[in-house]
Design a protein around this ligand. Structure first.
Ligand code: NAD
Length: 253
């Protein structure tokens, strides 16, 4: 494929938040973008935003933790848009609780969406990347990978995303495929709004309190993360692989 042809990107959890911003950004960079989320109709806003700006997008309903749904989704993407060679594993959920109160179900849900989901999606698209001799995989980690009270499940999953990323980079590098992780700090989305609600804080107050702990003295926006993801998916980023980039307004690691 020449670099002037349109590459097909897949962004999971792209109905809203960081995934939606990433889908819009990749479309603006000339990619045909698949907007995956649990419910196909929930992807409508993101798809409309892309098409209104002259881009090309496809909505696909898929639970990334379900093997059969993932296989069917990737087959459909290849048939309707073309071979997917850019993958952003962004779909995520929180099930926060202190260890002694955490249910096995809440542990499993978080592992399944983040780790099993990223594994199933990546395994399903890798053959298209290998065949094309080109691929860009970006996995969403988190500053919580370094440990965060009340998030033993999420922290383990997000640390797991880093090991997953590095191993993909080692295995797939010889096929022209890179894999990198983006680890956001506090970003204003429905996810952080839900956390504020859970701890009984007004969301504006919650953001203001978070900003005081961040070196650049503001909270992140979905576009801040989309910007980093766009770099890793770029044609020119082929020598950058296996890296974890904290996008958190200041140093973490
Ligand atoms: N917001 C933050 O501060 C922050 C910080 C660090 C990392 N992250 C990570 O960034 C990613 C996006 O977070 P966000 O804040 O935009 O969250 P969000 O809750 O706003 O959006 C997540 C999206 O994922 C979708 N999703 C959930 N389970 C799914 C499944 N099984 N299959 C398909 N889609 C599914 C949801 O429906 C939702 O649209 C997540 O992986 C999250 O863990 C977010």
């Amino acid at each position: 494929m020449s670099t002037t042809e349109q590459r097909v990107a897949v962004v999971t959890g792209a109905a809203r938040g960081i995934g939606a911003a990433t889908a819009v950004r990749l479309a603006a960079e000339g990619r045909a973008v698949t907007v995956i989320d649990l419910d196909e109709s929930a992807c409508k806003d993101t798809v409309e935003k892309i098409t209104a700006a002259g881009g090309h997008a496809l909505a696909v309903g898929c639970d990334v933790s379900d093997e059969a749904q993932v296989e069917a989704a990737v087959t459909r993407i290849a048939e309707e848009l073309g071979a997917p060679t850019i993958l952003v594993n962004n779909a995520g959920v929180l099930r926060d609780n202190l260890l002694f109160k955490m249910s096995t179900g809440d542990w499993d849900t978080v592992m399944n969406v983040h780790l099993r989901g990223a594994f199933l999606m990546t395994r399903a698209v890798q053959s298209y990347m290998v065949e094309a001799g080109f691929g860009r995989i970006v996995n969403l980690s988190s500053s919580s990978a370094l440990g965060n009270r009340g998030q033993v499940n999420y922290s383990a999953a997000k640390a797991g995303m880093q090991g997953f990323t590095k191993t993909l980079a080692i295995e797939l590098g010889k096929f022209g495929v890179t894999a990198n992780a983006v680890a956001p700090g506090f970003v204003v989305t429905d996810m952080t709004a839900a956390t504020a609600a859970r701890v009984g804080m007004d969301f504006d107050d919650f953001q203001a309190a978070a900003a005081t702990q961040i070196p650049v003295q503001r909270v992140g926006r979905p576009d801040d993360i989309a910007n980093a993801i766009a770099f890793f998916t770029g044609e020119d980023a082929g020598f950058v692989s296996g890296q974890v980039l904290y996008v958190a307004g200041g140093p973490l690691d």
